[in-house]
Design a protein around this ligand. Structure first.
Ligand SMILES: Cc1ncc(COP(=O)(O)O)c(C=O)c1O
Length: 382
């Protein structure tokens, strides 16, 4: 796990700040800077650089695959989660009369592809109660017409951590639907590998790369388990996603790669991939289980502190339903946020809600300072 020396060495920008906003932007370790510079050097080799780019790409897929419990061939990296979900919608080729279930804890990227005029399916919303999604509320939304259920592994909104295998079981027993899981707010923070079983039953796994895995923007990790390859084959134009894109019959027909490979349609975003590879290697080196062991007590301490401050907690009360995020509302959220930020304390402020994110580089002193300064901000007059 990170100690004071490795934290200071690898994350120099954290000195003098209390950074509790990794759910918006993770802080890349210095290894990511070096990787981005290496990209430019390799790019200067022209076409010869492509071999080096391809190696980095393969390594990024290998590392990402291990973290989500899949084989490298079952993982692709497109440009962002939104792209992945739009392509997923294409792959489903939804028809009138079919249904998609989304949750009110989803980020817009996994909801809005299904609200487009070009999508004839009906969208049904699985609503949370007391900050949690209850399986009992999902059941009546499922039917033989349900094609997809979208579920965040951890909600960007309030940090609710879903029981993915449990939901998968309900979905698969009561409908023919596929379960798509957005792991953006979980990957790099809590174990999702094969051993953890945390993603058992997921039929599609999607993640952005600029949050808890500490990578740059520009990546959308897509995982498709092998038995779902045929169902997740994106009928998009491109070339990277095609068999024999330059073959003699290229003006008559296209043959798509299947599964995850069909989500990477054109030239990969190599600059991002260099950074993503370095970030994944760094996080894997620290160890996600170690990150969780370090950060979980800090989450519980922060939760206990927030409870004493009388804020309106949006996060679920049960610690088993939490990962790295806590969120709360306050009528003076804007001025509270401004005061914290001016004091070098970084939390997320959006629509009257404040969100705290606790990662491997968060310290006990960070949480203590945050709670003390939050108490002062709540007591202060505007
Ligand atoms: C759960 C979740 N999914 C996706 C995203 C972002 O999607 P994209 O990679 O398309 O920007 C975010 C936050 O920005 C998020 O919190």
């Amino acid at each position: 796990m990170l100690d004071a020396a490795s934290r200071a060495r690898d994350f120099p920008s954290l000195a003098g700040t209390v950074y509790l906003n990794s759910a918006a932007e993770g802080i890349p370790p210095l290894a990511v800077d070096e990787a981005l510079q290496r990209y430019v050097q390799d790019k200067r080799l022209g076409m010869d650089g492509r071999l080096l780019h391809a190696r980095v790409h393969a390594e990024a897929r290998r590392l990402a695959a291990a973290m989500i419990g899949l084989d490298p061939d079952d993982v692709a990296i497109c440009s962002c989660s939104s792209e992945a979900f739009n392509l997923a919608s294409l792959a489903l080729a939804l028809r009138g009369g079919e249904e998609v279930v989304v949750t009110d804890l989803d980020f817009p990227s996994s909801v809005t592809p299904f609200l487009q005029g070009s999508c004839p399916a009906e969208v049904r919303v699985w609503r949370s109660r007391e900050g949690r999604l209850h399986d009992a509320d999902l059941l009546p939304l499922l039917s033989p017409r349900t094609r997809l259920v979208s579920l965040p592994a951890v909600s960007f909104y309030n940090g609710f951590r879903a029981d993915v295998p449990g939901v998968a079981d309900v979905v698969h027993r009561h409908s023919p639907a596929l379960l798509a899981v957005d792991v953006t707010q979980a990957l790099g923070r809590i174990p999702l590998d094969r051993e953890s079983g945390a993603l058992a039953g997921a039929d599609l796994v999607v993640s952005s790369t600029h949050k808890w895995i500490l990578g740059p923007h520009g990546g959308g990790i897509v995982g498709v388990p092998p038995h779902r390859r045929a169902e997740w084959t994106v009928p998009a134009g491109g070339w990277f996603n095609l068999h024999d894109a330059f073959g003699p019959d290229r003006f008559e027909s296209v043959r798509h790669l299947t599964g995850a490979a069909s989500f990477a349609v054109g030239m990969p975003n190599y600059p991002a991939l260099y950074g993503i590879r370095a970030a994944l290697e760094y996080v894997a080196g620290v160890g996600i289980a170690a990150i969780d062991r370090h950060a979980r007590p800090l989450v519980l301490e922060c939760l206990a502190g927030l409870r004493t401050l009388g804020v309106d907690l949006l996060s679920p009360a049960n610690p088993a339903c939490l990962a790295g995020i806590l969120a709360f509302r306050h009528p003076r959220a804007e001025s509270v946020h401004a005061r914290l930020h001016a004091g070098g304390i970084h939390v997320m402020h959006h629509a009257g809600r404040l969100r705290v994110a606790i990662h491997g580089y968060t310290t006990a002193a960070d949480v203590e300072t945050f709670l003390r300064e939050l108490a002062a901000a709540l007591a202060a007059k505007d």
